[in-house]
Design a binder for this molecule. Structure first.
Ligand SMILES: [Zn+2]
Ligand SMILES: [Zn+2]
Length: 68
């Protein structure tokens, strides 16, 4: 189940599509990715890695933790 975004900035980022990058993990304008029911901050190192975050980078809301 996809968690409900805590704020509009989060929702906008999750729904962002880019004309240049088919994959959001390739786009430097994308910050947050859904990860196993939680959220991660994408690391743009050429791969698709992301670091789990416990709080929203925009509004500071506590985010649901991942189910591993
Ligand atoms: Zn892009
Ligand atoms: Zn938020």
């Amino acid at each position: 189940m996809i968690p409900t975004p805590c704020c509009q900035r989060m929702a906008d980022d999750l729904n962002r599509t880019c004309a240049l990058h088919d994959d959001r993990s390739d786009c430097p304008d994308s910050f947050v990715a859904e990860m196993n029911g939680g959220y991660g901050l994408m690391i743009h190192d050429g791969g698709s890695s992301a670091v789990k975050i416990g709080f929203c980078p925009w509004c500071g809301a506590s985010l649901p933790s991942m189910v591993c």
